[in-house]
Design a protein around this ligand. Structure first.
Ligand code: DUT
Ligand code: MG
Length: 144
């Protein structure tokens, strides 16, 4: 799909790293590196502004490498970019490790997946259909 974008960052547009990647890697757009101390969070600018078509959202997801190697992840994962949002895309990172992490300008900090979504019209009702699962959840299956 075509996606309208304004790139006010000093970096190239986000790219798929392989031909079948679902996520476009987002880069930090920073004047200076940002330090994340253990359990600290920071809203990291990307310099990108997009115009999603109606019925689409963009999800801001963590990069597994950053999470595995450094314990740095997206706090509100998956972040939601609404189709009517015209502000800058920002990434809310948190450092869940015990060591300080330095976010450098241009570093790939998260990935963006564009997805279709439904819009709900409520249908209020007194009863829902019966199922094998019923109200069981939270590890209810496989127990005696
Ligand atoms: O990781 C994120 C999440 C959100 N946003 C922007 C786009 C989104 O459309 C808007 C609102 O996000 P959300 O609905 O998650 O936040 P909220 O706390 O409900 O704020 P609001 O009342 O503005 O909807 O903020 C980002 O740039 N990055
Ligand atoms: Mg909201």
């Amino acid at each position: 799909m075509q996606l309208k974008v304004i790139n006010e960052s000093r970096h190239p547009l986000p790219a798929y790293q392989t031909s079948l990647s679902a996520g476009l890697d987002l880069r930090a757009n920073l004047d200076a590196a940002v330090s994340l101390k253990p359990l600290q969070r920071a809203l990291i600018p990307t310099g990108l502004f997009i115009e999603l078509p109606e019925g689409f959202e963009a999800q801001i997801r963590p990069r597994s490498g950053l999470a595995y190697k450094h314990g740095v992840t997206v706090l509100n994962s998956p972040g939601t970019i609404d189709a009517d949002y015209r502000g800058e895309i920002k990434v809310l990172l948190v450092n869940l490790s015990e060591e300080e992490f330095l976010i450098e300008d241009g570093e790939r900090i998260a990935q963006m997946v564009v997805a279709k979504h439904e819009t709900v019209n409520w249908l209020e009702t007194a009863q829902l259909s019966e199922t094998e699962r019923g109200a069981g959840g939270y590890g209810s299956t496989g127990k005696k």
